[in-house]
Design a protein around this ligand. Structure first.
Ligand SMILES: [Zn+2]
Length: 106
């Protein structure tokens, strides 16, 4: 799979992953990069930050800065709109996963 194709397809997966974790607890950039690395995604900040900013701009996430050991860290939390989006996305994911995985096992 080419990097361009990967980037485009993974954009949605990563967005959903971010919303999912932001629902559990406020997340920040480097935490998200290592979390995604556990799932096999090698993600640069140059890819992650535009996605975070986009989700914030769309009103799905809200950010707040706090001082951690002398450095300002930006935390992102899920908004009520983001929560609605997550519920909706979950249904699409389930639908897609059921179909794709079922075919895969045939
Ligand atoms: Zn995760």
């Amino acid at each position: 799979m080419s990097e361009l194709v990967k980037k485009r397809l993974f954009h949605g997966f990563i967005s959903m992953h971010i919303l999912h974790h932001a629902k559990e607890q406020p997340i920040y950039g480097s935490w998200m990069v290592s979390e995604l690395a556990h799932h096999g995604y090698q993600l640069s900040y140059g890819t992650l930050y535009p996605i975070l900013h986009g989700l914030e701009k769309e009103g799905l996430l809200i950010s707040s800065s706090s001082n951690v050991e002398g450095k300002l860290r930006k935390y992102y939390s899920l908004t009520p709109l983001g929560d609605e989006a997550l519920v909706e996305l979950r249904n699409y994911l389930k639908e897609l996963s059921d179909e794709v995985m079922e075919r895969y096992h045939e």
